[in-house]
Design a protein around this ligand. Structure first.
Ligand SMILES: [Cu+2]
Length: 158
């Protein structure tokens, strides 16, 4: 094998490693947040989280320097109303993945501390039950699908 081929392989290896975040056993893809009106204090976060290990893991907590509180919610239809239920210790099964997306599981970013618009990056840190932490950058994108309408604890479509 020529030296240049080895070099190319080494570079490919580096790239493939960089898509797997700090913790090698957790992979996060397509992390984004729909752009919200400037007055909105709450934003949503979506992403795919894969557990590459052969043990179940749990999301213990999430936080961001840009928001006072970050939670994982599940939207459920109850008595004709959409309600959001906070998910503590959300399990991601071994060799499996979950998807945070509109209308289901989602990340809730509450108490916005700085203005954010399309193209902004929201850093979020996820802590798992094995005390591994993964840093995720959510990209703010405009989205013309119906946005959440959150009032006094009750929210519309998410
Ligand atoms: Cu929510």
């Amino acid at each position: 094998m020529s030296f240049s081929r080895i070099l190319i392989l080494a570079i490919c290896f580096l790239f493939s490693v960089s898509t797997v975040y700090a913790a090698e056993l957790v992979k996060i893809e397509n992390a984004w947040s729909p752009e919200a009106p400037p007055v909105a204090k709450v934003m949503a976060g979506y992403m795919k989280i894969s557990n590459l290990s052969n043990k179940d893991i749990k999301i213990k907590s999430a936080n961001s320097n840009f928001f006072t509180k970050v939670e994982i919610h599940r939207t459920e239809l109850k008595d004709g109303m959409f309600t959001m239920i906070k998910q503590d210790n959300l399990i991601i099964k071994a060799k499996s993945h979950i998807e945070l997306k509109q209308g289901g599981l989602h990340m809730m970013l509450m108490g916005k501390l700085k203005p954010m618009r399309e193209g902004s990056i929201i850093p979020v840190k996820l802590t798992f039950n094995n005390n591994e932490t993964v840093e995720v950058n959510l990209k703010v994108k405009s989205d013309n699908r119906p946005q959440m309408k959150c009032g006094s604890g009750k929210c519309g479509s998410m």
